[in-house]
Design a protein around this ligand. Structure first.
Ligand code: MN
Length: 194
């Protein structure tokens, strides 16, 4: 029996003749799995947090973005699995398309599953993700936890207490730029070559 395409939802939402977003998963990692945080200036500005798990990018939209402060628990809304090649996607999704707006790679790097004896895909299924991030901006322990009951379930992303935590400054304001191109959202909009 043919396995259902894990990217079915992703593809259904998009017309690839009209959006420059990637469709393939050729850029799989061969050693440590990676994560990406994309700043997405869509109808509402948000940050997309994605983890490479079993050949797809598991994805959550974080309206307020990630924080280095363990006291800040940020709502994370699960979104459809994205293809691996989305990991370095930066550019403009044209008006009229799903998610129309500008995307930059706000942070990326590798991650480690801190749950001993539980595979990453099971931690996603269980809603109990415990990871160590080695990004340029986000570092150290993070938890992404599903909480609540019944139809009131929701996810929270938060920094764990360790020496990478910082409650003093706001990384979203201090470091607004792409880690790939050094550009901020406005520079992408004003210079459409990417
Ligand atoms: Mn988004």
């Amino acid at each position: 029996m043919a396995k259902e395409d894990p990217l079915k939802k992703y593809k259904e939402k998009r017309d690839f003749k009209k959006t420059p977003e990637p469709t393939s998963s050729e850029k799989v990692s061969f050693d440590n799995p990676r994560f990406v945080v994309q700043k997405h200036d869509a109808s509402r500005l948000h940050y997309d947090f994605r983890l490479e798990v079993n050949g797809v990018l598991k994805s959550w939209a974080i309206p307020k973005g990630p924080s280095l402060d363990p006291g800040q628990k940020r709502l994370a809304v699960p979104t459809e699995d994205h293809p691996i090649d989305y990991i370095d996607f930066e550019g403009i999704i044209p008006k009229g398309n799903y998610g129309a707006g500008t995307v930059i790679v706000w942070d990326t790097g590798t991650y480690r599953n801190l749950k001993k004896n539980i595979s990453m895909d099971h931690t996603v299924e269980d809603g109990h993700i415990d990871i160590w991030l080695d990004g340029e901006k986000l570092k150290g322990g993070y938890a992404l936890i599903q909480t609540g009951k019944g139809n009131r379930k929701f996810w929270l992303l938060f920094k764990k207490k360790d020496d990478k935590a910082n409650s003093e400054s706001d990384i979203l304001i201090d470091r607004p730029e792409s880690v790939l191109s050094g550009r901020i959202i406005d520079e992408i909009i004003n210079n459409k070559k990417s």
